[in-house]
Design a protein around this ligand. Structure first.
Ligand code: NI
Length: 253
């Protein structure tokens, strides 16, 4: 079975056919999905989705791009949703200097605050790190007991080695199938199989040959095939091991 550990089915791109797509994905062998929130509203939507579909779980959190929307009231709402039995992680949270490099201190403060929440609730985190590798690592090093996944991993092989040593997981998405994926392929080559997660980040990041189209969990087979090719494994083994990895990290029986 396939575990899509990062997919935004609460996104408006699925407004018209969310139920249908989830049904088709489930039929196609997608047995588990984690839908991460990006602000209070989408965290709430992710929890609502997890309540409706037993194979869907939620993560809640405030994405760095949504920094401005994270009022005290919104934060309190997220902290409350985090206690829901189907909330398996705090995310997606982190730093994004591609989108905005003028509020770095505010982004870092919000990241740390949500890390504290995760530690308090003994939950892993889902990290969004875009062009902020150095600062993400600096923060993560401050919390040796913290665990989680660097979602859509885009750092170097060297940084990956440090994260792996610290017990982290790495998330791989559609971009592993892109022509310019050399750096990510290097990471795929050194990442132990038992620390890999597969993700769609749907509706975004469709793999080749569907690049540019709306993404959904069924397309993970292209990501699985690519990982299998890089590692010289059978796709079935990659599917199985990433399924187990996701269940272990997110504490799903
Ligand atoms: Ni995402």
């Amino acid at each position: 079975m396939i575990f899509d550990t990062h997919s935004h089915y609460d996104d408006k791109a699925f407004d018209k056919d969310q139920e249908e797509v989830l049904g088709l994905a489930h039929e196609a062998g997608v047995g588990l999905i984690v839908d991460p929130g990006c602000d209070a509203e989408s965290s709430e939507a992710a929890i609502a989705l997890a309540e409706r579909f037993d194979f869907v779980y939620a993560a809640v959190g405030c994405h760095p791009e949504e920094l401005a929307s994270c009022s005290e009231e919104a934060y309190a709402r997220i902290a409350e949703l985090a206690r829901h039995p189907k909330c398996v992680a705090i995310g997606e949270i982190g730093l994004d200097y591609y989108w905005d490099d003028t509020h770095k201190e505010e982004q870092k403060a919000l990241f740390r605050r949500q890390i504290q929440l995760a530690l308090e609730l003994c939950k892993p985190i889902i990290v969004h790190d875009r062009e902020a590798h150095g600062d993400c690592m600096e923060i993560v090093r401050d919390y040796p007991e913290l665990r989680g996944v660097f979602h859509c991993y885009s750092g170097s092989a060297e940084m990956a080695k440090e994260l792996l040593k610290r017990g982290w997981y790495l998330g791989f998405d559609g971009p592993v199938t892109y022509k310019n994926a050399r750096k990510t392929i290097e990471v795929l080559e050194i990442c132990p199989l038992d620390r890999m997660l597969i993700e769609t980040d749907s509706p975004y990041l469709s793999p080749v040959p569907l690049r540019g189209k709306r993404n959904d969990s069924r397309n993970l087979r292209y990501v699985i095939e690519k990982i299998a090719e890089v590692r010289g494994e059978r796709p079935e083994r990659i599917e199985q091991i990433t399924w187990e990895n996701g269940k272990r990290l997110f504490g799903i029986e």
